[in-house]
Design a protein around this ligand. Structure first.
Ligand code: NAD
Length: 249
């Protein structure tokens, strides 16, 4: 049987590494993409799998993104799924957020998924279609303090997901977004103060942070044939936070 191939961005650690592990466990091949070269190579070595290949790339750079798509085809001959997971967070009040911070967050969180899908959609279509999962956030579902750049990038990514799904359906490419609630990764450790952590526990019906593997399970489902009629959707994987309708801490 043909081995399927996924490109996973932000794969050096956190949710992206968990997604990579999940694809490998399901027998897929993975092109692991990250801007942090040392961490990426360490993750690749640790996985110790002939089915995983690391590619250093800044997802906001069109030239580097095009190179990644080329490497996937050269090495593995096809692309069946793209997981746009690479992201950065700046948690600051609107009036303290610099233009450079705003621009960089949008460049990585929004331009990255735009570029990656432009470069890979036709390649996926050539081998029968494929699936894209964009990683958004519950911060894209609710406005809140501290998240002017991050929340706006994730809300825009939700709309980009609908645009991509609408235009790419006819070439057999499905596109969905997962909006995780808080997950205790390096990113959360950096931006979640003790006060934010305590408030999240109260606001989430399941009363806990999510696990990286719980996000990876949902990503894999949406990339699999089990989700063959699902496109253009947002799936919150958030312990019920969105359903409870409480404001973000
Ligand atoms: P993380 O910081 O642990 O991992 C993100 C990875 O992306 C890192 O390895 C980083 O080097 C890489 N990256 C950053 N900029 C890049 C670029 N320009 N090009 C390529 N790679 C780049 O974060 P995480 O918590 O695993 O987050 C993964 C995704 O999940 C992000 O999109 C994030 O916004 C989203 N998310 C996280 C949480 C959470 O609480 N952790 C909640 C909701 C959504």
């Amino acid at each position: 049987m043909t081995q399927k191939v996924a490109i996973v961005t932000g794969a050096a650690r956190g949710i992206g590494l968990a997604v990579t592990r999940r694809f490998l466990a399901e027998g897929w091949r993975v092109v692991m993409v990250d801007i942090e070269v040392e961490a990426l190579l360490a993750a690749e070595a640790d996985l110790d799998s002939g089915d995983a290949v690391a590619q250093a790339c800044d997802v906001s750079d069109p030239v580097q993104v095009r190179r990644v798509a080329g490497v996937a085809i050269e090495r593995f001959g096809r692309i069946d799924a793209v997981v746009n997971n690479a992201g950065i967070a700046v948690f600051k009040p609107l009036l303290d957020t610099s233009y450079d911070e705003w621009s960089r967050v949008l460049a990585v969180n929004l331009n990255g998924p735009f570029l990656m899908v432009q470069e890979t959609a036709r390649l996926m279509a050539e081998t029968g279609g494929g699936a894209v999962v964009n990683i958004g956030s519950i911060s894209g579902l609710r406005a809140s303090t501290l998240r002017v750049a991050y929340g706006t990038s994730k809300a825009a990514l939700m709309h980009l997901t609908k645009q991509q799904a609408t235009e790419l359906g006819e070439i057999g490419v499905r596109v969905n977004l997962i909006a995780p609630g808080p997950v205790d990764t390096a990113m959360a450790k950096e931006v979640h103060t003790p006060a934010i952590r305590a408030d999240y526990h109260d606001a989430i019906p399941l009363n806990r942070y999510g696990l990286e593997e719980e996000i990876a399970n949902a990503v894999f489902f949406l990339c699999s044939d089990r989700a063959s009629y699902i496109t253009g959707q947002t799936l919150a994987v958030d312990g019920g936070f969105d359903a409870a309708g409480i404001g973000l801490p």
